[in-house]
Design a protein around this ligand. Structure first.
Ligand SMILES: [Zn+2]
Length: 364
């Protein structure tokens, strides 16, 4: 498991903070999925909301929503959306109660049709093998976009939304895709999810959970460090307190008015101080242990045109074929799945049958 994490985290190295989903982006998707007409505004959005949805959310038919704009909040028909805001909570509760799965097809005016050799060289690394593209074909492929709500609980609580996209055919994580779905250059058409979608999304859940844990480990690093600093500060203070307490108690032993039995009692008490200190340190460590909970709140099946790139892979005297997907949203090649552990890889090692493996599974 640990080696998977190491392998997967390698493919996150180029990631920007776009994995974290802003409440406003979530609200935009939520409203569009529920039939609202949404337009972006400076720092917010303007929406025409179907009446029934407006009633459920407690907002008027014509609404402006801002994330960080206290002045706008003074105006009528305007709502603020951020963590803890009633509107966001209502939307999250709605997606949980109702079928939190929607479907959406992507339409492009233009998808590149050449230059894939260069992408292949830039994006994938082949170890001990050479690869070249044999054929390029038009396909449709499916992705699962999942919003995950996380809560990291410790002495203080931190919460957020995470968006992760997986390729449903290869079950691999596509790092940059979630942040690029708001780009122009293609249109999203929402529709009803086809039969079996729910089972399909559920079958991918373990992959999504694993990926969320890895992404969150990195994302929560500043939070973990800040909790560690507080723990260290509290432990230092505690040690200092016990050190001066012991000094004071020892000084009291010199008091000539102290009876023998009282002196013995105090000595016994002084001896228990280190144990007491250790117990208190353990309590502090528990207090500062971060517990992370994740919960999927919404999923969208994306059906997108793509290109299938069939590659010839040659390793020594062996020769085989490898199928890759060009993703028109990221304008890159989707990571492959390690043939043994299933982790997402862009650094490809091969077994004797020329199936792609991650570094760990290749046993190097
Ligand atoms: Zn592997």
């Amino acid at each position: 498991m640990k080696s998977d994490a190491a392998q997967l985290s390698k493919s996150f190295q180029d990631l920007s903070s776009s994995r974290e989903t802003e409440p406003l982006d979530f609200a935009r998707r939520f409203l569009e999925l529920h039939g609202a007409a949404v337009q972006n505004e400076q720092g917010g959005l303007e929406a025409l909301v179907p009446e029934e949805l407006g009633v459920r959310l407690g907002i008027p038919e014509h609404t402006r929503i801002y994330q960080d704009n206290p002045e706008a909040a003074e105006e009528t028909e305007t709502h603020l959306i951020n963590y803890g805001a009633p509107l966001l909570e209502k939307m999250l509760a709605e997606t949980l109660q109702r079928a939190p799965l929607a479907s959406c097809s992507l339409e492009f005016d233009y998808i590149k049709s050449g230059g894939f050799e260069r992408l292949l060289r830039d994006q994938l690394t082949f170890y001990g093998a050479i690869a070249s593209i044999e054929t390029v074909g038009d396909i449709r492929t499916r992705y699962l976009h999942m919003d995950i709500r996380y809560t990291a609980q410790c002495d203080e609580q931190k919460e957020g939304l995470l968006s992760l996209v997986h390729n449903l055919e290869t079950r691999t994580f596509v790092p940059d895709m979630a942040g690029m779905l708001d780009n122009l250059g293609f249109r999203l058409k929402y529709g009803r999810p086809p039969d079996g979608s729910r089972d399909l999304a559920a079958s991918l859940q373990p992959h999504v959970d694993r990926c969320a844990r890895i992404v969150l480990k990195e994302q929560l690093e500043p939070f973990r460090r800040s909790m560690e600093r507080r723990l260290k500060r509290d432990v230092d203070n505690l040690r200092e307190y016990y050190r001066s307490l012991e000094q004071e108690m020892r000084a009291n032993l010199d008091n000539p008015n102290l009876s023998d039995s009282a002196r013995q009692d105090r000595l016994a008490k002084i001896e228990t101080l280190p144990q007491e200190l250790n117990r208190k340190i353990e309590d502090l460590q528990k207090k500062y242990t971060i517990r992370v909970r994740t919960r999927p709140v919404a999923a969208i099946l994306l059906n997108s045109p793509a290109k299938k790139l069939v590659c010839r892979v040659i390793r020594g005297r062996m020769s085989g074929q490898l199928s890759l997907t060009y993703n028109p949203v990221t304008r890159g090649i989707d990571p492959l799945a390690c043939n043994k552990c299933g982790s997402s890889i862009t650094h490809l090692h091969f077994n004797a049958e020329l199936a792609p493996l991650c570094l760990e599974c290749a046993g190097l």
